[in-house]
Design a protein around this ligand. Structure first.
Ligand code: 3NM
Length: 216
């Protein structure tokens, strides 16, 4: 997918789905991705912390196929090699990963580069770098899904990003059906969710209910 099209999916007000097999009720990542794509998700990130490279490669290849056919923006978390090998649309990294300038040198200009941020200085640095396409902002609410995550940043940091940072951003961390509308009112248009989506017994229904909340 062209970078512009990949970004277009990203900019529409909607859900940003992230995989996590341990929270997927016994379903594997590829099956969950298939259900998310069938439910109409437009941005999907492959995130898997405890698997061998070979297995992640196979899963990413399968998910790349699914997402390409459906015009879904496919982003790989952390693994630059995997993102390049499967021709993903983007890579998402954290503050402890390689510097964004170095990553940009590796991936070239055609892939989206996303960076997790947790405080104003990190958002400012991302914006000033000139190489980051979007930032993650979180955790907004408390979450048990990410093991090494910092304490929730609440709305204060979110408000800061809405008002002061010109980069597109995606809110993350503890986002659920009952709090998503509140975030939209604060100016969020992309909502990244793990457990609320991959941990739903009926993924299609979960997507529909969350989207309904965004319309209200
Ligand atoms: N990153 P859930 S919070 C992967 O703040 C991740 O950067 C975060 O999972 C950050 O939707 C988080 O189940 C976990 O709360 C999000």
């Amino acid at each position: 997918m062209q970078k512009k099209a990949a970004m277009h999916n990203f900019l529409t007000t909607d859900l940003y789905a992230i995989t996590s097999e341990e929270h997927s009720l016994g379903r594997n990542n590829v099956e969950v991705a298939r259900q998310l794509v069938e439910a109409g998700i437009k941005v999907l990130q492959y995130r898997e912390k405890d698997k061998k490279a070979r297995q992640m490669y196979q899963e990413c290849l399968a998910i790349r196929d699914l997402t390409r056919q459906a015009g879904v923006t496919f982003i790989v978390n952390d693994h630059i090699d995997l993102a390049l090998l499967v021709e993903a649309d983007g890579i998402h990294i954290g503050q402890d990963d390689l510097p964004v300038q170095a990553v940009r040198r590796l991936i070239g200009n055609d892939l989206l580069l996303g960076l997790s941020t947790h405080k104003p200085q990190e958002a400012e640095a991302a914006a000033e770098s000139g190489v980051v396409d979007y930032i993650g902002v979180g955790p907004i609410f408390s979450t048990a899904t990410k093991k090494d995550v910092c304490a929730p940043v609440g709305f204060e940091y979110l408000r800061y990003v809405v008002e002061k940072i010109s980069l597109p951003f995606v809110a993350i961390g503890g986002i659920k059906e009952h709090n998503i509308a509140e975030l939209k009112q604060l100016g969020v248009s992309q909502f990244a969710l793990i457990t609320e989506l991959v941990g739903a017994a009926d993924i299609k229904q979960a997507v529909q209910r969350l989207r309904q909340k965004l319309k209200e």
